[in-house]
Design a protein around this ligand. Structure first.
Ligand SMILES: [Ca+2]
Length: 121
């Protein structure tokens, strides 16, 4: 679990527990629960790198599907709908994956980034 050192274990456990049933994942409340909202952008970068498992510089849909497993190895995969929602939230340029390029944009126009952008990019 690449993110274990960054976040509180009990917060992660509570956040995973809250979306245990398929279809109940809500990225806004999840980020709030694990304590990622308001973290420094360097931490957001660590999260991004952990999620980008093949180090392609992008978080592809397959990697997003395993989103929860980066926080807790026993967690479930996201459903198709949950993955799509998360992808849409972080995909600033509509290319079907989440890239680090949003980072520069968010620094310039913070009001235009969604909750995922604010955390990851
Ligand atoms: Ca990738």
């Amino acid at each position: 679990m690449a993110l274990a050192g960054l976040l509180k274990q009990d917060s992660i456990a509570a956040a995973i527990q809250a979306c245990q049933a398929p279809g109940t994942f809500n990225y806004k409340s999840f980020f709030e629960q694990v304590g990622l909202i308001g973290k420094a952008s360097s931490d957001g970068e660590k999260v991004f790198k952990a999620l980008d498992q093949d180090k392609s510089g992008f978080i592809e849909k397959e990697e997003l599907k395993r989103f929860l497993q980066n926080f807790c190895s026993g967690a479930r995969e996201l459903t198709e709908a949950e993955t799509n929602t998360l992808l849409a939230a972080g995909d600033s340029d509509g290319d079907g994956k989440i890239g680090m390029e949003g980072k520069a944009k968010s620094a310039v126009r913070p009001s235009r980034t969604g909750p995922l952008g604010a955390v990851l990019l």
